[in-house]
Ligand binder design. Structure first.
Ligand SMILES: Nc1ncnc2c1ncn2[C@@H]1O[C@H](COP(=O)(O)OP(=O)(O)O)[C@@H](O)[C@H]1O
Ligand SMILES: [Mg+2]
Length: 297
């Protein structure tokens, strides 16, 4: 096919030999199948920020480190330079997440290069060498669904152990390769420790997977892995092998209720003391007596 303009620099630099066909054009990016030597790879071309949808929302950006204070100021002000920096930071986030996750043993496409807003990565294929289907494109039997669900939960644990939450995990962003699920599409990945929305995003990711696999094995819909792994992560005891039950005992919640009750009692006591002190001030001077309680006046 004719080389799309955005891929020309990669051809010129010899990173790509040939663009074979468009694979998918989503809301955020266009993905092409390209040939590099005798290997087929995917080239992901990010759309411009104004053509993209929700995922650049502030809640995803929270806790991301900027390169320096000049970059941070420019991004906050929204100058042209700032928008360019924000754009680069967004695209780089996917590249660095892929490197970090691949290094930690999470099954993601192997990243090869990133140039001029194009990510060059391994093409995930099916058993015939064609581009792998998304979970959304396949039907599973109950046992496969249970097995893949357990695997994806383990992948989410691994990601959390490296400090990342995917943030947009769904049946559209998991491919099914011959060896099982492969997680893709990570520009919005959030920093688990620095982002206040990390837990709610983790819970949404985990629930999306329970709902999807639950179509084929309904008992999976009742699993509660997110709270369980988050509690362990917060306590600093989550490791890739930590066994999880999928059942979450709301132990912390009842502990919290007790703490709240104690707090309420303390506030009541303080208020009673304040009232008593005020009443003492109001009492006629010199009597030194206990003030008359209001109900006896
Ligand atoms: N490494 C890959 N191997 C095979 N197919 C891919 C790969 N990366 C993306 N795709 C295909 O392209 C689609 C869009 O890619 P994705 O990273 O999800 O971008 P978007 O932000 O547009 O959703 C995916 O749903 C998938 O079908
Ligand atoms: Mg996607």
């Amino acid at each position: 096919m004719k080389t799309p303009k955005r891929l020309e620099p990669l051809i010129e630099d010899g990173l790509i030999d040939e663009v074979l066909r468009p694979l998918m054009s989503g809301k955020e990016a266009a993905v092409y199948v390209v040939r590099c030597g005798n290997a087929l790879r995917c080239a992901k071309v990010y759309k411009e920020a104004n053509k993209r949808s929700f995922r650049q929302a502030a809640e995803y950006q929270e806790g991301r480190k900027t390169r320096n204070s000049r970059q941070a100021r420019a991004m906050a002000k929204g100058t042209r330079y700032g928008r360019k920096e924000a754009e680069d930071a967004w695209q780089n986030a996917e590249v660095s997440a892929l490197f970090r996750l691949a290094g930690a043993g999470v099954r993601v496409p192997k990243p090869y290069d990133f140039l001029d807003g194009v990510l060059l990565m391994e093409m995930v294929t099916d058993a015939h060498g064609d581009a792998a289907p998304r979970l959304n494109d396949v039907e599973l039997d109950a046992d496969q669904a249970r097995e893949y669900h357990a695997f994806v939960i383990r992948q989410i644990v691994l990601m959390l152990c490296t400090g990342l939450v995917h943030g947009d995990l769904s049946e559209f962003n998991v491919l099914l390769g011959p060896d099982g699920p492969v997680i893709i599409d990570l520009p919005q990945a959030v920093d688990a420790a620095a982002n206040n929305h990390a837990f709610s995003m983790l819970e949404r990711d985990v629930n999306n997977m329970a709902q999807y696999f639950g179509r084929f094995a309904p008992e999976l819909k009742a699993t509660r892995y997110a709270k369980e792994m988050w509690a362990l992560y917060k306590a600093g005891t989550l490791v890739p092998e930590t066994p999880l039950s999928g059942v979450y005992q709301e132990a912390e919640v009842s502990a919290d209720v007790r703490a709240v009750m104690r707090e309420i009692e303390a506030v009541k006591r303080d208020e009673a003391r304040r009232q008593a002190a005020r009443a003492e001030l109001d009492a006629p001077p010199g009597t030194g007596e206990e003030p008359t309680p209001p109900w006896m006046r």
